[in-house]
Design a protein around this ligand. Structure first.
Ligand code: CTP
Ligand code: MG
Length: 227
């Protein structure tokens, strides 16, 4: 079960206020935390990072600082996350059977979680990690609550997400043909008519989107250092 990992890292951090993927988080660039479990996981054969061209040199020096036998490629991302992943899919090893996609901006992923997803591909073609919503959910427009949504069936979805190569390739091909844009890969796989399985996971795995998330990430790392 050997997989290629794709790490989209070509974003601009608009909601964060600056680019975050190479910013130092408690002494290490954010993406260093994200890459480490992929390097440690025996299920991952290679890593393809999609980045903005102007960040290639900085990113290469982060990659060079990591001792690993694994092939890590840095390729140019696109204008959207989907475009970045599409570019990365074109660069994965032709012998790869599985693809695991994970946001550079989620530094708390673990190798256990990565392996859980890849192992799930023994019995399905597409799988995402997620968790049941714990907040009450409302549909609202113009500051007015229109209805309450039954949260029993609602899941929040994160990355990693893992796919057989054939399924993710077909989904991306269809998305391009039909101009479908989505914020995650499993949506494109659903659009292409495939079943997507979901694994419940409650480990810390949030995406650093805002400055508040950054403060939270620093606090978690401080806590981890002290235990
Ligand atoms: N990403 C990418 N290519 C893009 C846009 C996003 O590879 N054109 C990556 C980001 O680097 C990030 C992930 O996709 O790792 C999505 O996380 P997000 O929080 O949306 O990151 P940004 O797009 O950088 O942030 P924002 O949307 O606030 O600009
Ligand atoms: Mg974004």
């Amino acid at each position: 079960m050997l997989a290629s990992a794709i790490i989209p890292a070509a974003g601009s951090g608009k909601r964060f206020g600056e680019k975050k993927q190479l910013k130092e988080l408690s002494g290490r660039p954010l993406i260093h935390y994200t890459l480490t479990p992929f390097l440690e996981s025996s299920a991952i054969a290679e890593i393809v990072i999609a980045a903005q061209k102007k960040d290639f040199d900085k990113l290469a020096s982060v990659v060079d600082s990591i001792a690993t036998e694994k092939k890590i490629s840095i390729i140019e991302g696109g204008d959207t996350r989907q475009g970045s992943i599409s570019n990365a899919l074109a660069q994965i090893n032709s012998n790869t059977e599985y693809v695991c996609v994970h946001d550079a901006a989620r530094p708390f992923v673990s190798s256990e979680l990565i392996e859980k997803l890849i192992n799930a591909l023994k019995t399905c073609d597409a799988v995402t990690v997620g968790r049941k919503s714990t907040d009450t959910l409302k549909e609202c427009t113009n500051g007015i609550v229109r209805r309450t949504i039954d949260r029993k069936k609602i899941w929040q979805v994160q990355t990693p997400q893992a796919f057989t190569k054939e399924v993710i390739m077909n989904a991306y091909e269809l998305a391009e043909k039909q101009n479908i844009l989505a914020t995650d890969d499993s949506s494109l796989v659903e659009e292409a008519g495939y079943q997507v399985n979901i694994i419940n996971d409650s480990s810390i795995n949030f995406k650093i989107t805002t400055k508040e998330d950054w403060i939270m990430a620093e606090a978690i790392l401080r806590f981890k250092k002290n235990v």
